[in-house]
Design a protein around this ligand. Sequence first.
Ligand code: GTP
Length: 235
Amino acid sequence: MEPKYKRVIIKLSGEALAGDKGFGIDPATIAGICKNIKEAKDLGVEIAIVVGGGNIFRGRDGEGMDRATADYMGMLATVINALALQDALENIGVEVRVQTAIEMKEVAEPYIRRKAMRHLEKERIVIFASGTGNPFFSTDTTAALRAAEIDAEVIMSAKKVDAVYDSDPKLNPNAKKIDRLSYIDVLNKGLKVMDSTAISLCMDNNIPVLVFGLEQPENIVKVLCGENIGTIVEE
Ligand code: GTP
C-alpha cells in the first residue's frame, strides 16, 4: 500500500485509549492502536501524535471548579496517556519521544519545534503532551497548532464514531454519513467535528482534517493510504 501523505498528525482522543471501559487506560486497546500506528510508520510516514485526556479528566468535567484549574488537570491527564502510548510503542520496537508543552523535564522533553521535526526526520514518533500548555484550548486546537508548526499535511482525527453525520447516529437510525465538509460548514452548522478554535486554525492554514473511527484500528493505515472511510473537512 502506498501512503498518500508524508507527515501527519494523528489526534487520538483520550476515550480511544479506554476501550469498552470508558475510563482509564486499557492496555489491550492501546496495544491494538499502537500496532497499527507502527504499520503506518513502516509505510514511511512521519507521524506525530496529539493525545487527549478525556479518559482520565476533561477540563469541562470540572463542574463548579475554576475552569483554568480544571484545564490544567486535563493537560496533566494527557501526559499520563502520552507515557502509556510511549511505553506501548516502545514495546513493539518503535522509537518514540514525548514532548510536553508544560515543562516537566524529569518526565519528558520539553516541546521544542525544531527538535520535534528532527525526531520525525529520524523516523521517530513524537507524542505531544499537555496540550498547548494553556487553559481554554483543547487538544484538537493543539493538533491544529502543531500540524501548522511542523508542516504536517493532514490531521487524522481518530474518534469513537466512524465519521461525521447529519444528526446523532445513536439517536437517529436514519442519520446520514457526510463524506466531505468545508471548514465554513463545520463552523456555520456548529458541527462537533472539532471546536471552532481548532477548525479556524485548520482553515487559516489549509490543513485538511480526516475524521474516522478507531473501532477497527487498521483504519489508521486505510486513511493514510487515501481510503475515504470517514469524513474529510477541507476548503
Ligand atoms: P538525537 O539528538 O537525535 O540523538 O535525539 P535523542 O532524543 O536521542 O537525544 P537526546 O540526547 O536529546 O535524548 C536522549 C533521551 O533523553 C531521549 O529518550 C529523550 O526523550 C530524553 N530526553 C531528552 N531531553 C529530555 C528532557 O528534558 N527531559 C527528559 N525527561 N528526557 C529527555
